[in-house]
Design a protein around this ligand. Structure first.
Ligand SMILES: Nc1nc2c(ncn2[C@@H]2O[C@H](COP(=O)(O)OP(=O)(O)OP(=O)(O)O)[C@@H](O)[C@H]2O)c(=O)[nH]1
Ligand SMILES: [Mg+2]
Length: 298
């Protein structure tokens, strides 16, 4: 490599895709160093594409977090999420398939087929903190024999391990071009979107297995004054019964979730937030294209 090549600025977009729950959003946050994308133990937490930008003296990485790709449940919401994944793969320079150490199943295979043939593809093995080096080696061997892929990057997004190696490898595949985003820009999404997501995350983290999947958040008012951000949010659920579960006895559940969400917002926005939350029922919204559009799904 000549000196000029080494110094040339590189900038490009990298899609993180994979089956639900492998740690794509945790990875995006770890790479960017900010909690931009919401995460939870439940699969299908992410519903919208979100960009996280990392700018270094010699490169700008534009990471695109995507919803976990669905091969089973097929509601209008799931279809919209899958379109989001395909759209992201179309628009980036590099595709990163995230898998979980020790698990390479039918869903991962289906995703491999989705990878664009005309773009570089890297395989990132996440959650290596859960396996021994021997298990990891034998996993890599098996997957490499099956897929023909030779380049694997083992990481632990949660423990921030292996991230520099991932960035070094990715840099080689970024096009030589000037930065697209300003040096201080962290994401393409606005505060309204980030606020609604932080509240939605609390539903995924605090509630049982059913309610979060039928819930969405809309920001009805977002006012910025010199002293604080005043945010009015509505949680939209698809069943009357879910409203009571979210509110909880004496409103305690809702109060707790709103408090944690408000603190997260204050941390991300760097200022005081006043948050008010309501719950609304809109039957069947997850399988209704018109309602989905009104709720902000593409
Ligand atoms: N042990 C371990 N857990 C991890 C790691 N990375 C992520 N997780 C956990 O895995 C779960 C899923 O993480 P997410 O980042 O929400 O996964 P995702 O792929 O974005 O999931 P969807 O948005 O639902 O597709 C969370 O409980 C994370 O804390 C890791 O490196 N090690
Ligand atoms: Mg996610």
């Amino acid at each position: 490599m000549s000196d000029t090549e080494e110094l040339a600025f590189r900038c490009g977009a990298v899609a993180l895709f994979g089956r639900p729950n492998v740690g794509k959003s945790t990875l995006l946050n770890a790479l960017v160093g900010q909690k931009l994308s919401i995460t939870s133990r439940k699969p299908q937490t992410t519903r919208h594409r979100i960009r996280g930008i990392l700018t270094r003296p010699d490169s700008q990485y534009i990471f695109v977090d995507t919803p976990g790709f669905q091969t089973q449940h097929r509601t209008a919401l799931n279809r919209s999420m899958n379109r989001g994944v395909k759209g992201a793969l179309d628009e980036v320079d590099v595709a990163v398939l995230v898998v979980e150490a020790g698990r390479f199943g039918p869903e991962d295979r289906a995703l491999l087929k989705l990878a664009p043939r005309d773009k570089p593809l890297l395989l990132v093995i996440n959650k290596t903190d859960r396996t021994s080096p021997e298990q990891l080696l034998s996993f890599i061997k098996t997957v490499s024999v099956e897929t023909g892929i030779s380049e694997f990057i083992p990481i632990s997004a949660q423990r921030k391990k292996g991230l520099e190696a991932l960035l070094r490898t990715l840099r080689r595949y970024l096009p030589e071009q000037p930065a697209i985003y300003g040096p201080d820009e962290l994401t393409d999404r606005d505060e309204r979107f980030l606020a609604s997501e932080l509240l939605r995350e609390k539903l995924f983290r605090s509630l049982g297995d059913e309610v979060p999947y039928g819930a969405s958040v809309i920001i009805e008012k977002f006012e910025t004054t010199p002293k604080l951000r005043r945010i009015h949010a509505a949680i939209v659920v698809d069943r009357e019964g879910h409203k009571a579960i979210i509110i909880g006895a004496g409103g305690e559940q809702m109060k707790r979730m709103a408090t944690v969400a408000r603190k997260d917002m204050e941390k991300l926005f760097g200022g005081k937030v006043y948050l008010e939350v309501w719950v609304k029922v809109r039957g069947g919204w997850t399988d209704d294209d018109a309602q989905l559009r009104r709720l902000g799904y593409d």
